[in-house]
Design a protein around this ligand. Structure first.
Ligand code: NAP
Length: 533
């Protein structure tokens, strides 16, 4: 028994050491390690590539979309998807040859002839202004603006001298959106979609270190995307009232050209890994398309989306004061005038007891009634007509506030102090379809420069261009009564006059616009309706 036992022990030892040898031998180890790596990669790839597809089948016919950086990657895939849904798509990119080729191929693939390319370099403010000028002169509408283009790479500066990642990814888009805001407001409900990234979680914005003295590629990228996130929240706060919704989208990790400028071995590794693991642009663009086309997203304006689902911005970005500070700084960096903050404006307007339509500046002070009236400096032969012989007295106008101008409008001429302005003041008592010919006759016969209207009864289903010929009145600022019928105010300003909406109240039916006058203070026009109750 003893002998047999010792033989057994030796055998087991031998077997043990043989097994160890097998495990240690490269012929065993190599395939095992490779299999484990492949298995990990397989699950990682599945995890990264997991995509929720946009379920909305909404058609975009009649909608105009601008996509920055639409010549490649996610922008190109988004342009294709939206063209497939019959949108009018403008690819805004800096490489005209590539852009034209992409526009052509999308036209052919989708059969949609309305796909165009327009030159835009977000690292050059003049190029942004020229793009906007060109766009506004050629296109009458803008429903969706997709701020997609991005730079990720070594330290560089924009043509205007700002740190390039911040300058292109954030500031360029801020400027572009700001200059297009009136068109977006006019075409509301409209949407701004800012393409963010998961990197926003790591993004820190130091207002005292804009040039980013200690530069690292990822840190700069994260900062630019964090700024874009803060812009989304602030744009929502400022513009949502005008039916412009703002969304940010994290598309996931997508295999595109984004990493092309990342230098060194690390860059090479990232590019190879992205080819193996990351999503295709067709999958990556799904949430962008979702935000562009889906119904019912209005209530999520100002939020961050990923995988066709609404999420939240990290707490670190949600400081209202910081968002406001970034907005003001951005205005300054883009050479735009600082805006009065919404919260500062509201009491100013209320305390002045605005009770009726009034146009007012120190220089051009005039009160209008419920019929034609002219400004103090204007043609005294202006005639008096009123719609439906409406003799309702809607009260005496008192005064308005004089908010500061907000932005320079382009492609139009300033009027000068000697210009006569005809003002038509209408109580519409509903702009129903049956009245449209009457309104048109009134406009044709009286040739007003400014129309101030109340009791418009308009809602979002009625475009301003259906009532006022867009060849005559390009800027129609409206504050429709929401939820129920009746009420509503508008200001329509003749094409070619530099003007902008400067205020739209949330609480009362009141809207204000400003006309710039050379060598003079601006003319502020306010239209307000106070319901009888
Ligand atoms: N890929 C991802 O994994 C990922 C993840 C999260 C977020 N994102 C975001 O998704 C968006 C699209 O990126 P992508 O992945 O599709 O990258 P991409 O293929 O590199 O596309 C970037 C686009 O931006 C354009 N661009 C760069 N600088 C510009 C400038 N100064 N002016 C105008 N256009 C400029 C590029 O034009 P050129 O061809 O002329 O350079 C290109 O069309 C970016 O905002 C990016 O941050 C991507």
């Amino acid at each position: 028994m003893k002998k047999g036992g010792s033989v057994n022990a030796t055998t087991w030892k031998q077997i043990g050491s043989n097994v160890k040898d097998v495990f240690r031998s490269p012929t065993f180890l190599v395939p095992v390690i490779i299999s484990v790596i492949l298995l990990v990669l397989f699950f990682l790839r599945r995890y990264i590539r997991w995509t929720v597809k946009c379920s909305s089948k909404n058609d975009m016919e009649g909608k105009t979309v601008v996509i920055t950086g639409g010549n490649t990657g996610l922008g190109k895939a988004t342009a294709y998807e939206l063209a497939k849904r019959n949108a009018r798509v403008i690819i805004a990119c800096r490489n005209d040859i590539k852009g034209e080729a992409v526009a052509r191929s999308i036209k052919i693939k989708t059969g949609n002839p309305f796909v165009y390319c327009s030159h835009l370099d977000l690292g050059n403010q003049r190029s942004i202004r020229e793009f906007v000028q060109d766009f506004l002169s050629k296109e009458s509408a803008l429903h969706v603006l997709i701020n997609n283009a991005a730079y990720l790479g070594p330290k560089a500066t924009t043509d205007d001298g700002y740190e390039r990642t911040f300058g292109v990814n954030y500031l360029g888009h801020f400027y572009l959106t700001y200059l297009l805001q009136d068109r977006l407001k006019k075409c509301g409900p409209s949407r701004i979609i800012n393409i963010a990234s998961d990197a926003i979680k790591k993004g820190k914005l130091d207002f005292d270190d804009l040039p980013l003295r200690s530069y690292d590629i990822y840190g700069a990228y994260a900062r630019s995307k964090a700024s874009l996130g803060m812009f989304t929240m602030e744009a929502h706060r400022r513009w949502f009232d005008d039916t412009v919704a703002s969304y940010a989208v994290h598309p996931g990790a997508v295999c595109t050209d984004l990493l092309r400028s990342w230098p060194g071995i690390f860059g090479q590794v990232l590019r190879v890994a992205s080819r193996i693991l990351f999503k295709s642009p067709d999958d990556g663009c799904q949430t962008i398309v979702y935000c562009a086309v889906s119904n019912g997203l209005k209530k999520f304006s100002g939020r961050l989306f990923s995988e066709c689902n609404v999420g939240s911005f990290p707490e670190s970005l949600r400081d209202k004061e910081q968002c406001r500070k970034l907005w003001d700084l951005s205005l300054e960096l883009c050479g735009l005038e600082k805006e009065p903050d919404l919260e500062d404006q509201e009491p100013e307007l209320n305390t002045n007891h605005v009770t009726n339509q009034t146009t007012h500046t120190k220089r051009n002070s005039v009160l209008t009634t419920n019929s034609f009236s002219c400004l103090s400096q204007t043609d005294s032969s202006a005639f008096s007509v009123s719609l439906n012989d409406n003799t309702d007295n809607i009260g005496n106008p008192v005064a308005t506030s004089s908010p500061k101008p907000v932005a320079t409008k382009i492609n139009k001429k300033r009027i000068n102090r000697q210009t006569s302005l005809r003002v038509l003041n209408i109580n519409f008592r509903s702009c129903k379809k049956t009245k449209w010919p009457q309104i048109e006759n009134l406009i044709t016969s009286s040739k007003p420069d400014i129309i101030i209207g109340n009791e418009t009864w308009l809602n979002k289903d009625v475009k301003s261009s259906e009532i006022f010929p867009s060849s005559l009145f390009e800027d129609v600022f409206r504050r429709d009564r929401e939820c129920k019928e009746g009420g509503g105010v508008l200001i329509a300003i003749k094409k070619g006059i530099i003007c902008q909406q400067i205020y739209c109240s949330k609480n009362v039916e009141l809207i204000a616009a400003q006309i710039d006058i050379t060598d003079s203070k601006s003319l502020i026009i306010v239209s307000v309706y106070r319901p009888p109750s």
